[in-house]
Design a protein around this ligand. Structure first.
Ligand code: KDG
Ligand code: MG
Length: 403
């Protein structure tokens, strides 16, 4: 069997998505997600110019060999663009292999470790009161776990909070990066009040999470972790930028609040010290940005040795293709923790028909052969690419900060 042709599909049913389709000479095809928010066309160029020409004629069943061919064989390793491109190939090849086997992907990975996959949704509000209403809506919809982000008095726009209450949050909201202003002291004073209000209204059973989105230094993160200990968070996410992995060691010395990190990681090596030193509790690197199923499986196995569980990134800027493949992975992986879920728009769901479903705060994996997600290419053509950028952040004195 040979790869006969492969091509990228860029579509924007409300936001941009990049999909790779690989077709074999026997007619079986697989698709993979290659979406890198705000840098979509860089991955398209990498795939079109460097990857696809080298795939034609190869045996699609040799997933491992093709992975190493694209990773080691490229000489220039790692980085989000390269690893998203490799991930798309890998996801499409696993899709093909599972279709050839006539099995849902989770069966090929080793079968079910659980019947369903717990997800967390996003509650956001301009202030604490409106945020609590959103938490209540999620609880009514069956969620067992909710990420809670609220506006901070004195900060005009903040990560995770929609411009208008009730509207979905989409950070890549401008042609060129919007400029936000950040104040660590205002934020640190506010967050414990938010979680006190959440616990008071919803009691102890609901799992609550929070994303700091890389804005603190290690000692500030340690202070926040301690301050929210009474509210028993499921996790505190991305509390510092993780290039300095030792920073997590410092945070860990001060707080028992569980720590999650890794949505921007693209390699096992980004997480190695964090895992081996048991500085984190959840690893968030997901299939599209971290080299696909083949690589993330190794990362999850390493994490499992150190009691670190998975908590895959699942924003709207990963397509339903990634979500579908991730749900198969989550259903299999022994050290599963939780899966993030930001629902896609109805138009996106039409462009990407899929067989996974949400029920009572969990995802239920589909039973179709492959990863269970397809793309309607004719419909996709109706939504042309539109450049969209993530914001940048500045401190109140104008210093460029982490967004
Ligand atoms: O979902 C999350 O936890 C995020 O932090 C979302 C990111 O801001 C988003 O994926 C950036 O593209
Ligand atoms: Mg995040």
């Amino acid at each position: 069997m040979k790869i006969e042709h492969a091509y990228t599909i860029v579509t924007s049913p409300g936001r941009n998505f990049v999909t790779l389709k690989i077709v074999t000479d026997e007619g079986t095809y697989g698709i993979g997600d290659a979406t890198l928010n705000g840098r979509e066309m860089a991955v398209v160029a990498y795939l079109d110019e460097h990857v696809i020409p080298a795939l034609i004629g190869r045996d699609p069943q040799r997933i491992e060999d093709i992975w190493h061919y694209l990773y080691r064989g490229a000489y220039w390793r790692r980085g989000p663009v390269t690893m998203s491109a490799i991930a798309a190939v890998d996801m499409a090849l696993w899709d093909i292999k599972a279709k050839l086997a006539g099995m849902p992907l989770y069966q090929l990975l080793g079968g079910k470790s659980r019947e369903r996959v717990m997800v967390y949704g996003h509650a956001t509000g301009r202030d604490i009161e409106s945020c609590l209403e959103e938490v209540a809506r999620h609880v009514d919809e069956g969620y067992k776990a909710v990420r809670v982000q609220a506006g901070v008095p004195g900060i005009a726009s903040i990560y995770g909070v929609a411009k208008k209450d009730g509207e979905p949050y989409e950070p890549a909201d401008a042609d060129l990066p919007a400029e936000h202003v950040w104040s660590t002291s205002k934020y640190l004073n506010h967050v414990p009040k938010l979680f006190a209000a959440v616990r008071e209204r919803f009691g102890d059973d609901l799992h609550v999470l929070h994303d700091v989105h890389h804005r603190l230094t290690p000692i500030e993160a340690a202070r926040l972790g301690k301050a929210v200990e009474p509210y028993n968070l499921f996790w505190l996410e991305d509390c510092v930028p993780a290039e300095n992995q030792e920073g997590f060691g410092l945070i860990r010395q001060h707080t028992t609040t569980p720590l999650a990190v890794g949505e921007v990681f693209n390699s096992l090596f980004d997480a190695k010290a964090l895992i081996e030193n048991q500085w984190i509790d959840y690893i968030r690197a997901t299939l599209t940005h971290a080299g696909g199923i083949t690589h993330v499986r190794r990362l999850a196995d390493l994490a499992g040795l150190y009691h670190v569980r998975t908590g895959f990134h699942g924003p709207t800027d990963l397509s339903p293709v990634c979500m579908g493949a991730a749900i198969h992975f989550d259903t299999w992986v022994p050290n599963f923790g939780i899966q993030e879920y930001m629902p896609h728009t109805a138009t996106t769901d039409e462009v990407f028909p899929h067989d996974y479903r949400f029920e009572d705060g969990h995802f239920i994996v589909g039973e179709n052969p492959g990863h269970g997600v397809d793309i309607d290419e004719e419909l996709a053509k109706q939504y042309p690419y539109k450049r969209a950028s993530l914001p940048v952040n500045r401190l109140e004195d104008g210093t460029l900060w982490h967004w």
